[in-house]
Each structure stands twice: as C-alpha cells, then as structure tokens.
Design a protein around this ligand. Structure first.
Ligand SMILES: [Cu+2]
Length: 118
C-alpha cells in the first residue's frame, strides 16, 4: 500500500518533469543560412515570432549577413571561409524582411533576398 503510494508519487513527479520543459520552452524557429559566392539560401521560410538564424559561410571569401524589417536591423560580423555566427530576431507577422551580404558588391551579385513573416 505504502509502496504503491510512493510509486504513484514518483510517476506523477516524472510526468511533471517531462511536461514542464515542453510547456516552458519558448518556441524559437531555427533557420539555417548558407552563404556562398554569390548566393544566400535559407533552409526554411522564417515565421513570425522568435527566429534564430544560424549563418554559415560555405565559401572561401568573407561574407556577412544583414536582416532588416519592421524598423529593425540585425547583422553578423564578417565571417571568414567556413565561419559561422547566429542571430536571433523577433519577426512581426505580415512584415517584409530583406536580407543581404554587405561585403563589397555581393548583394548586387545576388547575395540578397526577402520574405514576409507569416
Ligand atoms: Cu558576401
């Protein structure tokens, strides 16, 4: 009887421990950004809310990543070949965001794009 009560209590505690992290974790979308000469590709379309952009420079030349929209601008440092950096932005629903590489004329060469956060 007493043992059954302890088992029940432990089970409840285990269930609570499993449930709490799921409920408390803020939902952050991770979008991988691959930079090359001279393209920027996103692994997914960024959604409204918190988005973590994990930027990786897959080329030998230096590239950075700028993101602008909704009155805000975010950017990474210039990443060397194979370098990576991340930035987290809170995106607003229905706002168009543009992104580009600001090194030299890379944006004109094609390192730019835009999306509307949904
Ligand atoms: Cu670049």
């Amino acid at each position: 009887m007493f043992r059954a009560l302890i088992l029940a209590t432990v089970s409840l505690a285990a269930a609570a421990a499993l449930a709490i992290p799921v409920m408390a974790a803020p939902s952050v979308q991770t979008v991988r950004v691959k930079e090359s000469n001279y393209r920027i590709s996103l692994s997914a379309k960024p959604r409204a809310g918190a988005v973590k952009f994990v930027v990786r420079n897959g080329s030998d030349d230096g590239h950075d990543f700028w993101l602008k929209g909704g009155g805000k601008t975010w950017k990474t440092r210039v990443l060397g070949g194979g370098g990576s950096a991340s930035l987290t932005a809170k995106l607003k629903k229905g706002v168009r965001y543009t992104y580009w590489c600001a090194v030299s004329d890379h944006a004109e060469e094609g390192m730019k794009g835009s999306f509307v956060a949904r």
